[in-house]
Design a binder for this molecule. Structure first.
Ligand code: FUL
Length: 513
């Protein structure tokens, strides 16, 4: 993998205003020019531990990162030549003639995903086999040499158009590792890759996410490629400035497992070191295939982790997992499609742990999402809607404040928050319900526009004259969902035990599963 990182490319980066990750050699004035969106902060040598914690509390997402976080549910579509060879990884020697999804209907993919609550789709425009789902000018290994639509079809176009029609976001997965390209392993490959990326970024309208995975093996020449990450990032910022660059990229971090389960303590602000290319590469699913790798024990952003950082960045976690054991469709896995209950558990453990879920739903050889997957997605949506149908706290009165003020906590808006004073690092919100209610699920949200702050909280309920613990947790971030044994009570309180700066609680909800 590339050992050079884009911290070295300050001048070039400055010239196009690509403002996330450069740091070390900037003068104060250029620093101010570039980091106006405050998703990056430099730690000065004289900064005390307190200064660092305060700085961390004030790092906020860039607009593109906030939009992405609010999506909560995004879908992956793994589809390509592997669908027809029944493989997970193709080697690039496939005959394009075997690619013929006779009933392909990208509108069906988008409709199924949208109806299940997904807000964006990422299509594998090219996987490791190098087979392109669009008629790229730069290779013969593509749909243009397949019998599908007599070589005149373009799946990227059909999917982009369907996403636009249904009003959801559209993203592309472009595998840097190309096992078909004769250029792989040479400097020429970098131009080839840029050319393909340019095609995708210019011919299909708005692109909302660009997803580069971390796999990098050998190409036909037996050589590995030294990637020019900076060129990719600069091109994306220039052509699609709203797109988040995920995984092998600076905007969105791979959570570290492909199981669907995020960390219980998930900080979106992490040391800037996480953004050095070699660190990204090391942490980006190399040689993982689809086996889960456990990085759950790693806490990336606690006080201990940021204490020695030289910079801090907003770098949130995306949790990718497939609805089936594999990423591509295999008939033999029809019986192993994840159940609605499993998908709910994944939802609580990904979106409910300050992450975005990227659920893979692979179309079959007809070019359609199969019935088994649709059934499971319907079940998931139904269960989710049922659980979250009623926030039992709506109408509750906050002790010592007017009901009107309390409304910000249950208005469904993540940009209105319970007011606190700048010096507060703890908080108690005491809520009185109109009558006793039974609940077993807590929802909390912080207003990310001021930063991620809460480090420890507990939900308590009044049992007679005694306060008892219902559930406790560490980080909140965009959203925290916690399940617990059913409790019946008419008075509850949220205690923020520790926060980096005054907490901005945007939402609080109690539900019955
Ligand atoms: C990995 C790839 O090797 C898998 O095939 C899959 O595409 C996954 C999402 O990323 O790096």
């Amino acid at each position: 993998m590339e050992k050079r990182h884009y911290f070295n490319k300050i001048n070039r980066t400055l010239s196009i205003g690509f403002g996330l990750v450069i740091c070390v050699c900037l003068s104060n004035s250029s620093y101010a020019q570039i980091f106006t969106n405050k998703n990056y902060v430099k730690i000065n040598p004289g900064d005390t531990e307190r200064d660092i914690v305060k700085k961390a509390a004030n790092v906020v997402p860039a607009a593109r990162q906030l939009r992405w976080q609010q999506l909560e549910l995004t879908a992956f579509i793994h589809f390509g030549i592997n669908t027809f060879t029944n493989k997970e990884w193709g080697d690039g020697s496939e005959d394009p003639k075997i690619f013929n999804p006779k009933d392909l209907d990208a509108r069906q993919w988008v409709k199924v995903c949208k109806e299940a609550g997904f807000k964006q789709i990422i299509l594998t425009a090219k996987h490791h086999d190098g087979f392109c789902l669009w008629p790229s000018k730069y290779t013969e290994h593509s749909v243009k040499n397949s019998p599908w639509k007599e070589g005149k079809g373009d799946i990227v176009k059909e999917t982009a158009e369907a996403c636009k029609e249904f009003g959801i976001g559209f993203g592309i997965y472009l595998s840097p590792w190309d096992r078909n390209s004769k250029y792989f392993g040479s400097m020429e490959y970098n131009n080839y890759f840029i050319n393909q990326l340019t095609e995708l970024l210019t011919n299909y309208g708005q692109i909302d996410e660009v997803w580069f995975d971390g796999a990098n093996g050998e190409g036909p020449s037996g050589k590995k490629q030294v990637y020019e990450y900076n060129r990719w990032y600069e091109l994306i910022r220039k052509l699609q400035p709203k797109a988040t660059i995920a995984v092998s990229g600076p905007d969105v971090r791979w959570v570290g497992t492909e199981s669907g389960y995020g960390r219980e303590t998930e900080w979106s602000v992490v040391p800037g070191d996480e953004l050095k290319n070699e660190k990204i590469a090391e942490n980006s699913q190399q040689k993982v295939e689809f086996a889960p790798r456990d990085m759950m024990a790693n806490d990336l952003g606690s006080r201990a982790k940021i204490a020695k950082a030289q910079s801090l960045v907003w770098y949130p976690a995306e949790i990718d997992v497939s609805i089936r054991p594999g990423w591509f469709y295999h008939t033999s896995e029809d019986k192993d499609v994840k159940s609605p209950e499993k998908l709910m558990d994944i939802y609580y453990s990904s979106v409910g742990r300050n992450g975005v879920l990227l659920l893979n739903i692979p179309p079959d050889t007809r070019g359609l999402i199969s019935d088994s997957d649709i059934k499971s997605l319907h079940g998931f949506k139904k269960q989710k809607d049922k659980v979250f149908a009623e926030n039992l706290l709506v109408g509750a009165v906050v002790k010592g404040s007017s009901a009107k003020k309390a409304g910000v906590l249950f208005d469904g808006k993540d940009n209105t928050a319970w007011a606190t004073k700048p010096a507060d690092s703890t908080l108690v919100i005491d809520l009185k319900l109109s009558k006793p209610k039974q609940f077993d699920l807590l929802l909390l949200q912080e207003n990310l526009r001021v930063g991620q702050r809460v480090e420890q909280f507990v939900l308590e309920y009044k049992d007679g004259s005694e306060w008892k613990e219902a559930v406790k947790g560490t980080t909140i971030g965009y959203k925290r969902l916690l399940r617990f044994a059913p409790v019946t009570a008419s008075e509850v309180r949220l205690r923020v035990i520790s926060s980096r700066l005054n907490p901005a609680i945007a939402e609080i909800g109690l539900y019955k599963q």
